[in-house]
Design a protein around this ligand. Structure first.
Ligand code: ACM
Length: 527
């Protein structure tokens, strides 16, 4: 009995010493004392280049902790000091956050690192503020840097259009959790969501409908709105990557401009672009030119997935048959690769990287300019194949990183794969190192969660699928394997759930599953 008690104490004190930040910083030490934060605490900016980050800190203090902090140049104590380190201090995004009784010192060689330090600090502030004012923050010495450069989240707005306030809400939470790539799936069968000035019918006609209602009025982002969202993300060190899916998943575009349709199959009519017409390549290249002008990421995701769902018509299309004869193509796969190659060439001329789902690992695109997204968890050989050809990869396997899968055995609205689904713990324990050799580590850019939205027609459901799994995704992508631990994560997450409650987020609570029941949605497809 006594032995048992001692064990419990060790366990409890280990958690008590755990820094309550998600993702868990990679190095930290607990110090003595507490900093007392109030609206009288000044923010001292040592380097003018950090002023936007200092403004962000002010905004967040006001928005989420009701504190009005002023910026000033002359040093006093106590204060929050933002400080520049020498350029060689750590890798991209590394930062130091030193909290002592009389000062909070935020230091980095880069704006990005300062931003991450601010978000670690804001987590501590928000948690402490829930306990009352003045806000007392424990002292810590934190030195941190990300494990992976790519810490992504994908949102499908073709199936359901949520609009810019929801996108900004997602970007805010991505920033809170240090996620830094927003992959925006803007075109697919149900709707085309990005305004292209040269082809207005893409949105006026292609924007009509969504997964739940084929006839709902056109919904899309104007180019001004896209610029606004890209700028909002950029302030949060999030790169936005648009996806214009091709040659499959082209239905919305084909409704607007049927002259570029390659047809489909019985189940998926008008699913593809026509890969044999010069006009199709001109049309899509024009679209990519406008797309490129809106997104400073210099990357476009061209999809390339599931073409075989609906390319049967290529067997009958006179243009495609002629092309196959001319180029001596043995099968439709070769046509698909020819199409992808041509569009990748167009993007390369715009100095853009080409991002594609893992089907494209079978084509002959140049590794230096191509990133492959592994999504078919049941085809690990496809990931190996991509890596063996020297492609950089982002790991986004359906199991465990698709958040349209249910997260609890009792949940009904969402996907499963042969019974498998994506609990918080499975997301947390996703471990890329098991999937590749040590030499291939340099090719693994990082990991990405995906919110496909066939079964997510409303915002409370979106929140339910995203929270709390977004926090597990963040820790899996930021924190080194040897520093992770699910039990400790659970303790930190309980505190974060208080923040979710305060912000009125409709989240799934794995500790008290009935706190927020699964939203029941009229018209949504059950499993
Ligand atoms: C995908 O889930 N079709 C990439």
């Amino acid at each position: 009995m006594r032995f048992f008690l001692i064990l419990i104490c060790i366990g409890a004190s280990a958690f008590a010493q755990q820094l309550p930040v998600i993702p868990l910083p990679n190095q930290y030490v607990k110090l003595e004392g507490k900093f007392s934060l109030s609206s009288n605490t000044p923010i001292i900016v040592g380097d003018e280049a950090f002023r936007p980050q200092a403004n962000y800190l002010q905004q967040e203090m006001l928005r989420s902790a009701d504190l009005t902090l002023n910026l000033q140049n002359k040093s006093t104590a106590p204060a929050i000091i933002i400080n520049r380190l020498k350029p060689d201090a750590g890798k991209a995004g590394s930062y130091q956050l030193l909290i002592k009784a009389n000062e909070i010192r935020i230091s980095s060689a880069s704006e990005e690192g300062i931003f991450y330090a601010i978000n670690s600090l804001m987590q501590l502030v928000r948690e402490s503020a829930l306990k009352g004012y003045p806000v007392l923050i424990n002292s810590w010495d934190i030195r941190d840097q990300p494990q992976y450069a790519w810490r992504g989240l994908m949102l499908d707005e073709s199936r359901q259009f949520f609009g810019k306030e929801t996108v900004k809400f997602i970007l805010d939470w991505m920033a809170f959790y240090k996620l830094n790539r927003f992959h925006w799936h803007l075109t697919d069968e149900p709707g085309w969501r990005i305004e292209i000035k040269k082809y207005p019918k893409l949105t006026l006609v292609g924007g009509i409908g969504d997964f739940t209602n084929r006839f709902s009025p056109a919904k899309y982002y104007t180019q001004d709105e896209i610029r606004e969202i890209v700028a909002y993300a950029r302030e949060r060190f999030i790169t936005v990557i648009p996806e214009i899916d091709m040659p499959g998943h082209a239905g919305a575009s084909n409704r607007a401009y049927p002259e570029y349709s390659g047809g489909g199959s019985e189940k998926y009519p008008d699913f593809t672009f026509n890969p044999a017409k010069k006009e199709t390549y001109d049309f899509l290249t024009d679209i990519l030119k406008e797309t490129n002008s809106l997104f400073p990421s210099d990357m476009v995701h061209l999809g390339g997935d599931e073409v075989h769902f609906g390319n049967e018509n290529w067997n009958k299309d006179a243009h495609v048959q002629q092309l196959m004869k001319e180029k001596k193509m043995p099968d439709l796969k070769s046509v698909e690769h020819y199409f992808i190659q041509r569009m990748a060439d167009s993007l390369a001329k715009m100095n853009n990287k080409v991002l594609l789902w893992d089907e494209a690992a079978d084509s002959d695109l140049p590794p230096a300019n191509t990133v492959i997204f592994w999504w078919r968890h049941d085809k690990p050989a496809q990931l190996k194949h991509a890596l063996s050809k020297g492609y950089q990869v982002v790991l986004s396997p359906r199991l465990p990183l698709y958040f349209d899968f249910v997260q609890d055995s009792t949940h009904r609205v969402g996907r499963r794969w042969e019974g498998g689904f994506n609990t918080l713990e499975r997301v947390y324990n996703f471990s890329p190192a098991k999937l590749h050799s040590a030499e291939q580590t340099r090719l693994v850019l990082g990991i990405q969660g995906a919110l496909w939205t066939e079964r997510i027609p409303q915002v409370n459901k979106l929140e339910y699928m995203l929270f709390p799994r977004i926090s597990a995704l963040a820790e899996a992508s930021w924190t080194r394997e040897q520093n992770k631990g699910y039990k400790g994560f659970e303790e930190r997450l309980k505190a974060h759930m208080e923040i979710y409650r305060k912000d009125k987020i409709y989240f799934f609570n794995p500790f008290v599953p009935l706190e927020n029941p699964e939203p029941r949605i009229a018209g949504a497809k059950d499993n």
